[in-house]
Design a protein around this ligand. Structure first.
Ligand SMILES: Cc1cc2nc3c(=O)[nH]c(=O)nc-3n(C[C@H](O)[C@H](O)[C@H](O)COP(=O)(O)OP(=O)(O)OC[C@H]3O[C@@H](n4cnc5c(N)ncnc54)[C@H](O)[C@@H]3O)c2cc1C
Length: 138
C-alpha cells in the first residue's frame, strides 16, 4: 500500500507495479493535491548548495553522488514522460544562473571549473552580450 497520491507516492506505486507488485494507492484528497500540484514545475539538475559547500559537508565522493543522482532524476522524468506518454509539456530548456555583481561572475567561473573537473558536469559561461542574446534583456 502506498499512502499519498502525489509525485512521491505515484512514482513509488508506478515503479512497484511495473515490477509486478499489486499496489493500492491511498490518497486522502485529489491526486496531485499536495505540493506536487502547486509547485514551480522546474525539473532541474544540481543541488541548492554550491559544489564546494557540498564537498565540505559530505566529502567529494558523496557530493558527486548527489550531483549524479540529480542528473539521473531528470533523465528518469524524461524517460517516464516518453514511455508512459504523459502529457506534461516536458522540455529541456537548460537552467540559467545570473551574476548581478562582477565578483559573482568570478565565483561562477570557479564553480564552472569545479563542476567540470570534479562533477563531470558541463556548463557554459555566458558573457554579458551572450546573456542579452539569451534573455533579450540586460
Ligand atoms: C511553492 C512550491 C514550489 C515548488 N517548486 C518546485 C519546483 O519548481 N521543482 C521541484 O522539483 N520541486 C518544487 N517544489 C517541491 C516539490 O513540489 C515537492 O518536493 C514534491 O511535490 C513533494 O511531493 P510528495 O509527493 O512527496 O508530496 P505532496 O506533493 O505534498 O503529496 C503528498 C500527498 O499525500 C497526501 N496525503 C497526506 N496525508 C495523507 C494521508 N494520511 N492519507 C492519504 N493521503 C495523504 C496529500 O493529499 C498529497 O496528495 C515546490 C514546492 C512548493 C511548495
Amino acid at each position: 500500500m502506498v499512502i499519498g497520491g502525489s509525485l512521491t507516492g505515484l512514482s513509488t506505486a508506478h515503479h512497484a507495479a511495473r515490477k509486478g507488485a499489486h499496489v493500492v494507492l491511498v490518497e486522502k484528497d485529489k491526486v496531485g493535491s499536495g505540493a506536487s500540484g502547486r509547485n514551480g514545475s522546474m525539473c532541474t539538475q544540481g543541488i541548492t548548495i554550491s559544489p564546494a559547500e557540498a564537498r565540505k559537508r559530505y566529502g567529494q565522493p558523496r557530493a558527486r553522488e548527489l550531483y549524479d543522482a540529480f542528473r539521473e532524476a531528470v533523465d528518469l522524468v524524461e524517460e517516464l514522460t516518453v514511455k508512459e506518454q504523459i502529457d506534461c509539456d516536458f522540455h529541456r530548456v537548460g537552467r540559467l544562473g545570473v551574476a548581478f555583481k562582477p565578483q559573482h561572475f568570478e565565483s561562477m567561473r570557479a564553480k564552472q571549473r569545479d563542476l567540470a573537473d570534479n562533477f563531470g558536469h558541463d556548463t557554459t559561461l555566458l558573457s554579458k552580450s551572450d546573456l542579452r542574446a539569451e534573455l533579450g534583456s540586460d
